[in-house]
Design a protein around this ligand. Structure first.
Ligand code: APR
Length: 318
C-alpha cells in the first residue's frame, strides 16, 4: 500500500515542526511548500537526515510550485505572517487573507480530494476564506484552534493539580481569540468535573479563574516571550492529532473550527466546537447543551468571529 501524502503549505516554524512530527509518527510522505525558495527544500533535507537516527521511513521534499502538492491526502496550511508583540490575531487579517486566496487556488487545482487543516490566523476567518477559495466540501476543510486551546487549558490544570496531563480532558469552544470559552463544566480530571474538583479542594475557584484567563491569553503570552513570532510546537502537535484522526479514521472527538449549518444557532461560518474527525473529514458536530453563562460567552465569541468574516467580505468588495 502506498504511503499517504501530506502537503504542508508554509514551511516556517509551524510547517517545519509539522514535517518532523509527521515523520516521527510515520503518517506518510511529506511535501513542504513555501513561496521562499530554498527554505522548504532545506528543511525537507534536514528532516530526512534525522530519519536514520530516529528510525522512521518517509520521503521529504520541498517545493515552491503548487504542482508539488498534487494528490495530497492531507494539506496543512500555515502560510502567512505570524503575530509580533502587541499585535492581535485580527491584525493579520488583510495580509493573510490574500495568502489564503492564493493557497486556496493551489489546493483547488492540485489537491481537490484532500482533507485541509488551516492554522493561519485569524483562524476562524482564514479557514472561511480558504474554503471559499478552494471550493472543497465544508466537511473537508477545518481550522485548528480548539485542540491547541484545550491543550493549553489541560497543561495549566495538570500543573496546578499535580496530575498527569493524560488524565485531564478539557474543551474550549468559540473563536480562536480572547473571546474563546473554556468549558469548565465539561472539563475533567479522570472524569471528575472541575466544579466538583473545586468542592473537593483540589483547586480553588480563584486558581481556576486565573487558569481560564491564562488559557484565553495563552497565545499572547508566548508571543510576548518569543518576541519574534508566535507559538509553533503545540500548534503543530494539535494539527497532527487532527490529521492522524482523519488518515487513520480514528473518529476522535476534537474541538476544532468547523463549518456550522445551524448547529449552535450559527449558520454559514466556522466556529470552534467539538467534532468527530474520521475518514469523511468532519463527520459529526457535537452539540453540547450550554447553560446561560456558557451561551452568553459563546454568543459573544461568535459575534467576534462574525465581525471578522464581515471584515473579510468588506476587504473583498474594496
Ligand atoms: N504561500 C506560501 N507560503 C507563504 C506565503 C504564500 N503566499 N506567504 C507566506 N508564506 C510562508 C512564509 O514564507 C513562511 O515561511 O509562510 C511561512 C510562515 O511561517 P512563520 O513566519 O514561521 O509563521 P508560523 O509560526 O509558522 O505561523 C504561521 O500560523 O499560528 C499561525 O499566526 C500564525 O498565521 C501564522 C501562521
Amino acid at each position: 500500500m502506498a504511503r499517504n501524502k501530506i502537503a504542508l503549505v508554509g514551511a516556517g516554524n509551524i510547517g517545519g515542526t509539522l514535517a518532523l512530527l509527521a515523520g516521527l509518527k510515520e503518517l506518510g510522505d511529506v511535501v513542504l511548500f513555501d513561496i521562499v525558495d530554498g527554505i522548504p527544500q532545506g528543511k525537507a533535507l534536514d528532516i530526512a537526515q534525522s530519519a536514520p537516527v530516529e528510525g522512521f521511513d518517509a520521503n521529504f521534499s520541498g517545493a515552491s510550485d503548487y504542482s508539488a502538492i498534487a494528490g495530497a491526502d492531507v494539506v496543512i496550511v500555515t502560510a502567512g505572517i505570524p503575530r509580533k508583540p502587541g499585535m492581535s490575531r485580527d491584525d493579520l487579517l488583510a495580509t493573510n487573507m490574500k495568502v489564503m486566496k492564493a493557497v486556496g487556488e493551489g489546493i483547488k487545482m492540485h489537491a481537490p480530494d484532500a482533507f485541509v487543516i488551516c492554522i493561519t490566523n485569524p483562524l476562524d476567518a482564514m479557514v472561511w476564506v480558504l474554503r471559499e477559495a478552494c471550493g472543497l466540501p465544508h466537511n473537508k476543510v477545518v481550522g485548528m484552534a480548539g485542540v491547541l486551546d484545550s491543550a493549553r487549558f489541560r497543561h495549566f490544570l495538570a500543573e496546578e493539580m499535580q496530575v498527569s496531563v493524560e488524565d485531564v480532558s478539557a474543551f474550549v469552544l468559540g473563536g480562536h481569540g480572547d473571546t474563546m470559552v473554556p468549558m469548565v463544566r465539561h472539563s475533567t480530571v479522570a472524569g471528575i468535573s472541575l466544579p466538583d474538583l473545586v468542592k473537593m479542594g483540589w483547586i480553588t475557584q480563584e486558581k481556576l479563574d486565573a487558569i481560564v484567563d491564562r488559557t484565553r491569553n495563552g497565545g499572547a503570552e508566548i508571543v510576548g516571550l518569543l518576541k519574534a513570532g508566535s507559538a509553533f510546537y503545540a500548534p503543530a502537535s494539535s494539527a497532527i492529532a487532527m490529521a492522524e484522526s482523519y488518515l487513520k479514521d480514528k473518529k476522535r472527538v476534537l474541538p476544532c473550527a468547523a463549518y456550522l449549518s445551524g448547529e449552535y444557532g450559527v449558520d454559514g461560518f466556522y466556529v470552534g466546537v467539538p467534532a468527530v474527525i474520521g475518514a469523511d473529514g468532519i463527520e459529526r458536530i457535537v452539540e453540547l447543551e450550554l447553560n446561560e453563562t456558557e451561551m452568553d460567552g459563546f454568543t459573544h465569541s461568535v459575534n467576534a468571529v462574525r465581525g471578522l468574516i464581515d471584515a473579510c467580505k468588506n476587504l473583498e468588495g474594496a
